[in-house]
Design a binder for this molecule. Sequence first.
Ligand code: 26Q
Length: 819
Amino acid sequence: LARGPVASPPHSVDAFVKEFLRELNYGQGVPLSRSSLNDQYLALARTVRGYLTARWLETARKRRSHTERAVGYLSAEYLLGRQLDNALLATDLTQIAEDALHACGIELDALRQVEVEPGLGNGGLGRLAACFIDSMATMGAPCIGYGLRYEYGIFKQTFVDGRQIEIPDNWLSMGDPWEIAHPEMEVPVHFGGHTERYVDEAGRDRVKWIHGWDVLGIRYNYMVPGYQNGVVNTLRLWRARATRAFDLDIFNAGDYAQAVRSQTFAENISKVLYPEDSTPQGKELRLQQQYFFVACSLYDFIKHTQPTDFDVRDLPERIIFQLNDTHPVIAIPELMRLLVDDYGLEWEDAWGITRQCFAYTCHTLLPEALEVWPVSLMERLLPRHMEIIYRINEGFLDEVREAYPGDELRVRRMSIIGDHPERSVRMAHLATVASVKVNGVAELHSQLLRDKVLNDFAELWPDKFTNVTNGVTPRRFVRQANPYLSKLITDTIGVGWVANLDRLEELEVYAEDEDFREKFRAVKAANKERITRVLQRRDGIALPEGHLLDVMVKRLHEYKRQSLKLLHIVTLYDGIISGRLDPASVTPRTVVFGAKAAPGYRMAKETIYLINSAATVINADPRVEGRLFMAFPANYNVTLAERLIPAADLSEQISLAGKEASGTGNMKFALNGALTIGTDDGANVEIRRLVGDDNFFLFGMDEPQVAELQARGYRPADYYETNENLRSAINLIASGHFTGGDRDAAGLFVGDLLSNDAFLALADYQSYMDAQARVEAYYADQEAWTKSAILNVARSGYFSSDRSMRDYIDRIWHVKTGV
Ligand code: 26Q
């Protein structure tokens, strides 16, 4: 009996109650009458997980029984967000759970609030990985996600006197009911030591890696359910644990306490997510993390997911590893090491296999964000991998020399090893050399990758480069986040859009339907009421009623130009208090910011402080007559995004053209019926093309204009000197008006803008102000605005991550879908 497949519990309220009480009583060990909210949440989560389990086992069984190629998504980050609602939606259990809990005297909504979101990512890149695995499950694509189970995710942000304070995110402290730990499945991972040459029985030269120290990888599984299709894929995250060698040391050294301390050294590897998402320094622990999860994942795929008689030469038929940026790129030399050293393949054969197993996604355009690792560090931590990288580079540079005889300058530019400022491994070059395909994440970005960042490589291998424009999952970011809009859409065109977002096109005609527009406005209004309640309870913020809701949420970065947004607000405020602007002529507007700054990023932190300071002063100034309001709820995360984005009227996507690889928040806003004010950057370009110029507020220089201005020599002071409103706004900030008279508090910000302004905020200022004036005028015509908002929804189906997955499958992976 126990050998057969397990059966899912029946889809009925009675069965659900029974399962829930069993989890509560036997799982949590409490009777209903004495259970805490946390007990109830954990029991509910386990109950829902129970419904997924049979499907998960069945999906895995089917996959084992055939040998179709799978995708191994390798990502150092998965910014999952809360799991409960998603699992309920996927299993179509929301109503049943609500009724079942009700029968037990419990409100589902109260339990939803208990869940702590797993913040195992920094921002866009991590959230993208979460959207992609959701879409692959929904399309029935064979995929296993691999990553790190950080004990501490992205820090929790609070503000003290307007300044960001970081608090450790102890997300596991109440227990995680969604994970299934396998402490018995240990994967050994080695570090340090040295290499030795030897001759094997067959008389061949071989290399042995004499390890310095080891850790164990412990497997944690998470279920990734498809949307109501019976498919449940796997996300496998790794935790580091000390080996028994560490335990033995305890006896040998006789210093018990020291030995236990050295255990924590090994376990540090999966301790914390690095909160920097660009220009990170080459921290040794970060490289340890990267190698750790990648080594576990390759070993796991080969040893645990394939039949015992599996021949590694067949690897390319079984797997394509997608490298989510360069963070997992050490997988390339690791696979070479496995094939050559462990499986005894000839170098050329191993290289032939390896070159078919990887594809690389680049997520940046900032040259300073391209990852490099010092050769000295690599030699110490991963001596064998460093040798392998040298050998890969030799072969590669031979290829370059053959293609471009005598062009040693080019050889140096393309080398995997760079010389400045120190000898280091350029991970993007390694990734490009070894990958089947290299893709950017929006059309403009892919174009710039080909023409600029990786131009030499695109000349050598033009067919290697492709684009896959990012997408977001409509399940989480429309269906779950916006139940009012979802109901309106479903009532209008049926439910099919949730797994086929192109069907939103059918809404297009309703833009002309007055009754539909009325309902659409009612949805926005309801979402504004909801975010008002959320911000009141969560942050003690009292949003004013009846305002245009203008939202800028994303990591704090100079290139994203929160500075420009601040200049806009300060200009309006300055106009009002100086009497140049009649407050009655200003469209009542609330600007909501959400942004975390990397803890060591000074300019970003000062910008946060200035925004908070401006908010305090502007919100309290009676001269504004309540027509401007600023809110900066702390700790912007996926959960807040789900509440905030559906309420927005205006989406701020104002990065300097050529700097934002794609953006994905921009897509979430458009899909929820906000209009975008944005530059010609990243996926904004495609959003504007699809929704139409009339339904998008474009401003600023485009990328060629930016390049031209920079080539001419950019002088921000020119703009300050010639633009009166700009000068006055900057002067107001510099005067200490917002910072309690403290002029120094804004010194870094103002000083940089006037003398450096690397992201040309001042050059785009007037164009941005003009675009905001167009926003105000357009918003005054609510019928026109609503039409545009509806058209944004109707024409944004392209930005479903299901479409992104289709593109990856067609252009890169060539895997079969439908389980
Ligand atoms: C690298 C080395 C060491 C420590 C940290 C890092 C690191 C971590 C995270 C570097 C970069 C990141 C994250 C980058 C990121 O989120 N990029 C965004 O990716 C999105 C998805 O493609 C795009 O939409 C955004 O445009 C891009 O900024």
